[in-house]
Design a protein. Structure first.
Length: 314
């Protein structure tokens, strides 16, 4: 029997327009990702999604990769560390001022288990929300003892006591390099850096890498930049292709082959309190994020071995 992608490919076989070939391509990719198997990593992967430059698709990446992994059957926890609370919005959880949130966790008034909520779309995806209350945390943390490790202590305790084994924990960081981001970097073993396919995005990358290096040297020697993902990619433009090749040349082993296109649906989904994976499941954005999640998942063995090696060295 002819598959759906084969049918579409046959219909558009003589159509040399971009629309025809794009429909055939996305149908084939959707069929392939639907058949893919997501495997649980040997240990929990703790990943901070960070870039101090705003508007690069950081929160979209955290939310949609997490949703794609949950859709693949894995247990996922998302910790929203951004006072804007955009990840909380996209995953459909309450995060009004005064609601129990990551602010209470960091300041020691509550545990992660007490403040986390279930994502309405996936029973195996939990969210620790953030609200505007978190906006003053940088100043409040400045004089606290062990201020860089508050999130790590809370996360370690939660993962040790939780009845659920989490395969992935994602921390969505604010677009800055303050104490909230330092806390996130100290609480994880991996960094995922989304990079917009524009030259301006490359300018701040060196600063971020330098900050990560300082955290590695002083606070968290196990921290590994495991993944870079090029976002807002337009394959029709020379600029996008050049930026991708530039990043791939400098970081060949960590830049994903998958790129995330610039689509309205990705930006639109949070206004419906959804990830694009559930909002537009057959669209280019959803398929691309699911492919990126699969690629991240398939690299688990190599990444965990590298982290273990770093741990042994220190």
């Amino acid at each position: 029997m002819e598959s759906a992608s084969d049918t579409i490919a046959r219909i558009f076989s003589d159509d040399h327009s971009g629309v025809g070939s794009e429909i055939a391509d996305i149908s084939h990719r959707l069929e392939r990702i639907n058949a893919a198997e997501f495997k649980a990593p040997a240990a929990t992967r703790r990943i901070a999604v960070a870039n101090q430059k705003g508007g690069v698709g950081k929160t979209s990446t955290a939310v949609n990769v997490a949703a794609a992994l949950a859709q693949g059957g894995l247990n996922v926890l998302v910790v929203d560390m951004d006072p804007q609370g955009n990840a909380s919005t996209a995953l459909g959880v309450r995060h009004n001022s005064g609601d129990p949130s990551v602010y209470d966790v960091i300041e020691g008034r509550a545990t992660i288990a007490e403040v986390m909520q279930d994502c309405p779309d996936y029973a195996n995806l939990q969210v620790v929300p953030a609200s505007i209350d978190l906006s003053g945390a940088d100043l409040e943390l400045a004089d606290m003892p062990d201020r860089n490790n508050l999130m790590r202590i809370a996360l370690d305790s939660f993962l040790e006591e939780s009845d659920t084994h989490y395969d992935y924990v994602f921390l969505d960081c604010p677009p800055s390099l303050g104490l909230l981001v330092i806390n996130a970097m100290c609480a994880v073993t991996e960094m995922l850096i989304p990079i917009q396919a524009e030259y301006y995005a490359l300018e701040g990358l060196g600063q971020l890498i330098n900050t990560i290096g300082l955290v590695q040297s002083n606070f968290n020697p196990e921290l590994l930049v495991s993944t870079m993902l090029v976002t807002m990619f337009d394959k029709r433009t020379l600029l996008s292709r050049e930026v991708y090749e530039e990043v791939k040349t400098h970081y060949p082993s960590i830049v994903l082959d998958t790129t995330i296109p610039r689509t309205v649906k990705i930006s639109e989904a949070p206004s419906f309190a959804q990830s694009v994976v559930t909002y537009d499941p057959r669209g280019m954005g959803a398929v691309s994020y699911r492919e990126a999640a699969l690629e991240i998942n398939e690299r688990s063995t190599v990444v965990l071995e590298t982290i273990a090696s770093r741990r042994n060295e220190n």
